[in-house]
Design a protein around this ligand. Structure first.
Ligand code: ADP
Length: 665
């Protein structure tokens, strides 16, 4: 038996951190690897040592097998953990690790290779008596044979690239007329993407569930299953919510599927942790899809209900230890669910969202585990998977785990990039989801893509939190006495007028609004936002957190600034509020005749006096700020009703300069 003393983790982000955590617990030293883009990443800082392996693109760093092995040998690591993704299912890489004298923490290269071709895997499963979707996986790949076989299978039909993976290279054919064209296109695609144009035909199962089994084996012939995970909630074949136990399995069906999973594992001499994937049709028939020969993203839900640490078990197996568990003692305790939080924009086709995280905060909560690779300040770039974190919630039953998950998602403050946080919340609150009526097209069937942006209470309260924040910021600046003069202590968009309550112009989405407020005492504010009147009491300020009592209800708010945007989180949801530097536009909504100063400055020249008639575009007043002149023009034909300022006077941004009375021609 070998002993592992130091592990190189050939991965990044949350999975690298996850593996490090167990290594630390076991007293095993860790070596991280990083690309130039990840120099300051948490997974690098947390490791005992870390090796730079190349530029940002994964193809030049995390996928450079030779460099990874060199880094392991150079730091004296005796084992390599591939994580998932990247090179984790690359049999050649596993072989090279072993040849270099490293322990590869995963199954044997032969097992990995055995599952590399979907057709070969299917043929093997048929021989072992594991059910596969009715279809064709033969070696005769002539168009005539494929067409003939397709007609036998019937429609709808799914064409898969035998060498495919990650949901790529699949095509649905709904009717015979599409068949020939689809076969040709699929072949071209497969050749281009995988360098292999072998195709596989399967009956397309409508609205199936995705149910997979965790398996675990050692090198001494023990192979166990650690129950199922249901991963039916997918978007573009990407899992976003995973749970265990599956609401669809009876004990009897679970036993049959587990049996099939173990058969599949035995057929390829499996050791280490792996996953056997099935689809389950609405009639309760299940079919083998594939074996993933690595740890899965969603492994924490299995850990939550079995109480096991899968990485610990992987390390023990890799050292050649015998598993000390028996199938009979494994139990599913309670229910667990995982949500994947992605940096993506649900309101714009789920495109990846990039930027700097100005806030990432989730307090510890009972029954909740967070596996994340980011922190406040992290840059979310274009080079890697946009998954920011996984939130895993456990409970006595499905309702309790989901309640805990919903609460954790609500409490998560993530600012600076768009995320699917609210989309996840909407999904798990959907009545069909609550009933457990899941299938792989659930999202298309039940959830519209656009978030309902209209949420008046959330928005009004966010504005109140902004007003208090701006007020505190201003006070801080005034007290700091930075010598910049009274004019500059005022924030853009701020109007301080003796005759009126201060006003601030804010924008949420497309809606611009003037919010007026009065600081009655140091703690008490009266805030008017549109038609909402709020009595706001500042209970506690522990920036970026504010505890506010708004009309008698206390809530915590987190407010973080990103230039002129204030991101506000509260239990009501998250919203980004822009502080408008430019007053006239916002105020026109209220009174089109008000002419307000767009900036702090000095009145250089008044070009009109009360009673003057002006034409649209005629100069009204010239201001001077930072040695630049700026002339305001009449927005329409009007009579000058009032002039509020004098030449030479200092004015603030948003201060009223004059008032016009519109003249209709
Ligand atoms: P990949 O290796 O590319 O991930 P899989 O064969 O594992 O491909 O299938 C990925 C997903 O595609 C499954 O989770 C399921 O949602 C869907 N799928 C695969 N085969 C079928 C089928 N025969 N009928 C319906 N859906 C399928």
């Amino acid at each position: 038996m070998k002993h592992i003393r130091k592990v190189l983790i050939a991965n990044r982000g949350e999975i690298a951190l996850r593996i490090q955590r167990t290594c630390r617990e076991l007293g095993i030293a860790t070596v991280a690897v990083y690309s130039e883009a990840d120099r300051d990443a948490p997974h690098v800082r947390e490791a005992d040592e870390a090796v730079l392996i190349g530029p940002a693109p994964a193809s030049e760093s995390y996928l450079q097998g030779v460099r990874l092995i060199e880094a392991a040998l150079g730091t004296g690591a005796d084992a390599l953990h591939p994580g998932y993704g990247f090179l984790s299912e690359n049999a050649g890489f596993a072989e090279r690790c072993i040849e270099a004298g490293l322990i590869f923490i995963g199954p044997s290269p032969t097992s990995i290779r055995g599952m590399g071709s979907k057709s070969a895997a299917r043929q093997l499963m048929v021989r072992e008596g594991v059910p596969v979707v009715p279809g064709y996986d033969g070696s005769d790949q002539s168009v005539e044979t494929l067409q003939e076989e397709a007609l036998k299978i019937g429609f709808p039909l799914l064409i898969k690239a035998s060498a495919g993976g990650g949901g790529k290279g699949m095509r649905i054919v709904r009717e015979p007329a599409q068949l020939k064209g689809s076969l040709e296109a699929a072949r071209r695609e497969a050749k281009g993407a995988f360098g292999d144009d072998s195709l596989l035909l399967e009956r397309y199962i409508d609205c199936p569930r995705h149910v997979e089994f965790q398996i675990l084996g050692d090198m001494h012939g023990t192979l166990l299953h650690l129950f199922e995970r249901e991963c039916s909630i997918q978007r573009r074949h990407q899992k976003i919510l995973e749970e265990t136990p599956s609401p669809a399995l009876t004990p009897e069906l679970r036993a049959r599927m587990a049996d099939a999973a173990l058969k599949a594992g035995r057929a390829i001499g499996y050791y280490g942790a792996g996953t056997v994937e099935f689809i389950l049709d609405p009639e309760g028939r299940f079919y083998f899809l594939e074996v993933n020969t690595r740890l899965q993203v969603e492994h924490p839900v299995t850990e939550a209900v079995t109480g096991l640490d899968l990485v610990r078990l992987q390390l023990q197996v890799a050292e050649g230890q015998k598993l000390s568990l028996s199938q009979a003692e494994l139990k599913q305790r309670g229910h667990a669910v995982e949500a994947r939080v992605y940096a993506e924009d649900p309101e714009h086709g789920f495109l990846p969202s990039t930027g700097r995280l100005v806030d990432w905060h989730l307090p510890p909560l009972p029954g909740v585990r967070v596996d994340s690779g980011v922190e406040t300040g992290s840059e979310v770039g274009i080079h890697y998977d946009p998954m920011l974190a996984k939130i895993i919630a456990w409970g006595d039953n499905r309702l309790e785990s989901h309640r805990r998950l919903a609460r954790a998602l609500e409490r998560l403050s993530v600012m600076g990039v768009k995320t699917n946080r609210d989309f996840l919340l909407r999904t798990i609150r959907h009545p069909a989801y609550l009933e457990g009526a899941l299938h792989t097209h659930f999202i298309q069937a039940h959830l519209s893509q656009e978030e309902d942006a209209h949420h008046p209470e959330r928005d009004a309260q966010a504005m109140a939190a902004c007003v208090v924040t701006l007020h505190l910021e201003r006070k801080q600046r005034t007290q700091a006495g930075d010598g910049s003069g009274p004019g500059l202590t005022l924030l853009p968009g701020w109007r301080n007028n003796r005759f009126r309550d201060p006003l601030v112009a804010l924008r949420i989405g497309d809606a611009a609004l003037e919010v007026s407020y009065r600081a009655v005492t140091r703690e008490l504010f009266r805030v008017m936002a549109g038609f909402a009147f709020m009595e706001v009491r500042l209970v506690q300020a522990d920036l970026p957190e504010l505890r506010l009592e708004i009309n008698g209800t206390q809530r915590t708010f987190r407010v973080q600034r990103e230039r002129d945007i204030l991101h506000v989180w509260s239990a009501l949801g998250m919203v980004s509020v822009t502080v408008l530097p430019d007053f006239p536009e916002a105020s026109r909504v209220q009174d089109p005749g008000d002419t307000l100063s767009p900036m702090p400055g000095r009145v250089l020249k008044l070009r009109v006096k009360p009673g003057d008639t002006v034409r649209r575009g005629q100069p009204l007043v010239t201001l001077e700020a930072m040695k630049m002149e700026h002339t305001l023009e009449a927005p329409f034909d009007a009579v000058v009703e009032k002039v509020h300022v004098q030449e030479g006077q200092q004015v603030n941004a948003g201060e009223q300069l004059l008032h016009l009375c519109e003249q209709n021609a």
